[in-house]
Design a binder for this molecule. Structure first.
Ligand code: FAD
Ligand code: NAP
Length: 338
């Protein structure tokens, strides 16, 4: 394997942060990955695992080996009248996988259209959007423990999926490399219009029967209108998770801030739109050096050009302080900081 030295990472993170890795290698097969991890450099260096780099913030040069996972391939493994089991290499572009499914009328990922990144990173934070989450169709994943090169399979329950969370963001953070995932998709898809943004656009079309192709297209249209394209303006999507509060706290806030946006997630638990909180501490559209909160969606922090990772992190910390001081709510970062 060709391990390269002192490689700029600007093109490997969607924030476009201009930092470098002491060593860098791209792997296309599980055998490549094994070889890299068994090499002297692989054994002795710190590792940074890279998918599409759309959920990371680099704050310093990486003094170790960055491993870009580019294992390809989408394959139907099993099917019956109702379900299809599909395997995707960890390096498959997530949206290519969604398009494959939508094209074949395999339902369950259409609301997750146009999320950047790779299939292998999708379980890391149990990606979710517009009322769908990966865990609903996730079957299993395969990968390798970095320390002893042991291969392992994780079934749905083993991943400890939560809201934008999994075991791979917690006890196994940085310890396990996912090489492929399997999804169990529906051949008779159920349309999910739980999010108003999607439902309203679908209703405008006055369709007799709504298909997953319609939903995918609407989701793509909404996202393209609302979210900054990382190819044009550096960002990593939502920087923070939407915080959850109990019903009592929400009622208190609602009294003081009648416009506050919250959604009931279970009895007594409300998820507050972090974007609203940030907007209402007047960070929306404001710049902090070369970093800022996006004008359409304050939850997305952006790099206006030459921001450093440290500048973006400082802005994030300032926002967290403002939200804490004004609303008494702690925001938690969704983006992985390095
Ligand atoms: P990376 O950023 O490369 O990595 C993320 C983390 O996973 C890192 O810690 C990395 O080390 C680890 N990792 C990556 N690949 C592997 C692997 N194979 N094995 C082990 N660890 C690995 N997220 C959502 O959930 N919903 C959205 O709607 C959404 N919209 C977004 C919109 C925009 C414009 C952007 C820029 C981001 C958005 N995101 C969203 C965040 C991001 O796209 C997802 O979290 C995505 O799954 C990250 O994939 P990636 O391949 O880019 O991961
Ligand atoms: P939005 O539609 O303005 O809604 C604001 C927030 O309210 C969302 O974050 C969403 O929470 C929540 N919400 C809206 N309708 C809901 C419902 N019916 N039930 C429960 N919760 C509801 O959000 P947006 O910023 O345009 O994003 C749209 C979707 O894409 C969201 O699901 C969002 O998570 C996803 N997205 C994620 C990222 C990322 O990087 N993680 C980036 C862009 C968009 P949830 O976030 O919990 O869904």
């Amino acid at each position: 394997m060709n391990i390269l030295q002192n490689i700029p990472l600007k093109n490997y993170n969607t924030f476009g942060i201009d930092l470098s890795a002491k060593a860098f290698v791209e792997v296309f097969t599980e055998e490549d990955l094994n070889e890299v991890l068994s090499s002297t450099e692989g054994k002795n260096s710190k590792k940074l695992i890279l998918g599409g780099g759309s959920n990371i913030l680099l704050t310093k040069d990486f003094d170790g080996l960055a491993i870009k996972i580019s294992i390809p391939g989408i394959k139907i493994i099993e099917e019956d009248n109702d379900f299809v089991l599909l395997k995707a290499g960890a390096g498959v572009n997530w949206n290519d996988l969604v398009n494959f499914c939508v094209g074949k009328n395999f339902g369950g990922v259409e609301n997750l259209s146009l999320i950047p990144g790779t299939a292998g990173a999708a379980p890391i934070q149990n990606i979710g959007a517009y009322g769908q989450e990966l865990k609903e169709v996730f079957y299993s994943l395969q990968g390798i423990f970095i320390e002893n090169l042991e291969e392992s399979i994780f079934n749905n329950g083993d991943c400890k999926f939560g809201y934008r969370d999994s075991i791979f963001k917690n006890e196994l953070k940085g310890k396990f490399i996912i090489t492929s995932i399997k999804l169990k998709l529906h051949k008779h898809p159920k349309i999910n219009l739980t999010y108003d943004a999607v439902k309203n656009e679908i209703e405008k079309l006055k369709l007799g029967r709504v298909t997953i192709q319609d939903v995918s297209k609407i989701v793509c249209d909404i996202r393209m209108k609302k979210l900054p394209n990382p190819n044009e303006i550096g960002n990593a999507g939502s920087f923070f998770k939407n915080p959850e509060v109990n019903a009592k706290k929400f009622l208190e806030l609602k009294k003081e801030f009648p416009d506050i946006i919250g959604h009931k997630i279970e009895e007594g638990k409300i998820k507050i739109a972090a974007g609203w909180l940030i907007e209402n501490t007047s960070w929306k559209g404001k710049r902090f050096g070369n970093a800022g909160a996006h004008t359409n969606q304050s939850l997305v922090l952006v790099n206006y050009g030459n921001a450093t990772g440290k500048e973006i992190l400082e802005l994030a910390n300032e926002i967290e302080n403002s939200v804490q001081n004004k609303f008494g709510i702690t925001l938690h970062k969704e983006v992985n900081i390095y």
